[in-house]
Design a protein around this ligand. Structure first.
Ligand SMILES: *Cc1c(COP(=O)(O)O)cnc(C)c1O
Length: 357
């Protein structure tokens, strides 16, 4: 086994998908968002595993869609980024669905391209501004050689249960929706909307776009108990140092030994995605015991306070297990969200996948 590796449990991924489906009507399609290498978990394996239980996938970049086609993914793929002159051909060559939000996007599409219209109802990111809708509709009519198949928007506050802003965005969206063909697929919901709103509000429509929840994390502060993190991260002790009471550990001497003992070294640092902001703040599991990470996390190595335990070299050290040691907790400690923790995991870390078979 490699010195450090990420292990991804596909059974838990399946369970998270089940939890998504439990929130939405049976007729609603599920198109998981596997952008940015499936939030760091490995888009190809995740897509191959999920393909038979979902109706499509969402990615951000055309290049991500191409890669999925190259490994044999056949289901519909919606691309969130806007079409550009240098990417328009790929939508038709690789059968990818474009997201359009301006007449400029529609003008440059390759003949035969399928597209969804992205409407801005408050995000102020890629959607079409409300004032531009008439113009957009005119340009769509001029491109009868392309095929509109969907319309969507994206919520700003869906991770916050009970936010009036979700309802406001939804009612703006409903008005705009009525100006587009009835048979186009409609979608609005990300993880937060699925778990915090789909039961009381009409946000599911024809399909949902679950992202972070698929990987087992709740969007926002409210815990979603049905979700299980699919990722765990383990490494090994590669070195052990004796320290005397009063000696400091690592750059800047930001931790001082309270008593004589041992400091273990793991070959994991911020270059692998263990943020330096977590220095002196997290715990790891060794042989079932919690131990503090101590001293500044360095680029390739971090130190662990072992106290009087002198474990042997190669003893397993668990950084994340999804149960006691969770990316959501790391996120809180470093003032970010689980999304950033998992997308920062170095692509060079070996990933292994657990499945029933
Ligand atoms: C990333 C993204 C999603 C998924 O969001 P989660 O909060 O991870 O569920 C859905 N829709 C769009 C447009 C996105 O960019």
């Amino acid at each position: 086994m490699a010195q450090e590796h990420l292990s991804i449990d596909l059974n838990k991924l399946q369970a998270n998908l089940k939890a998504v489906k439990a929130c939405i009507p049976e007729s609603t399609q599920v198109w998981p968002v596997i952008k940015d290498d499936a939030y760091g978990h490995g888009a190809e394996v995740i897509a191959e595993f999920l393909e038979s239980s979902v109706q499509g996938f969402c990615v951000v970049r055309v290049t991500e869609g191409i890669r999925l086609r190259e490994v044999g993914i056949r289901c519909p793929i919606l691309v969130f980024e806007s079409p550009r002159k240098d990417t328009v051909k790929s939508y038709t060559s690789y059968d990818l669905i474009a997201s359009v939000s301006s007449p400029l996007h529609i003008e440059i599409l390759d003949s035969g391209t399928h597209f969804h219209v992205n409407i801005d109802t408050g995000m102020k990111r890629l959607g079409a501004p409300l004032a531009s809708i008439p113009e957009l509709i005119t340009s769509i009519h001029q491109r009868s050689d392309c095929k509109g198949t969907g319309i969507y928007t994206h919520f700003v506050h869906a991770d916050d249960p009970g936010s009036p802003r979700v309802l406001e965005q939804l009612s703006i969206f409903k008005k705009i929706r009525s100006q587009f063909p009835e048979d186009w697929m409609t979608h609005t919901a990300n993880s937060g909307a699925i778990f915090h709103y789909a039961k009381e509000l009409d946000v599911s429509y024809d399909m949902v776009r679950p992202g972070v929840c698929m990987y087992g994390y709740s969007a926002g502060d409210k815990a979603i108990d049905e979700l299980q993190p699919i990722l765990s991260w383990a490494t090994r002790l590669i070195h052990i140092q004796p320290v005397e009471k009063g000696e400091t550990v690592s750059y800047g001497g930001r931790w001082t030994a309270p008593e004589p003992g041992f400091v273990g070294v793991i070959p994991v640092g911020y270059a692998h995605g263990l943020s330096r902001l977590l220095s002196n703040r997290i715990q790891v599991l060794i042989d079932g015991n919690l131990h503090e990470q101590v001293g500044s996390i360095t680029m390739d190595f971090s130190m662990i306070w072992l106290g009087e335990n002198s474990y042997s070299i190669d003893t397993e050290v668990i950084l994340l297990d999804g149960v006691h040691l969770r990316a959501n907790d790391w996120a809180k400690l470093s003032d970010t969200i689980a999304y950033e923790i998992t997308t920062r995991l170095s692509p060079n870390l070996p990933r292994t996948y657990l499945d029933k078979d």
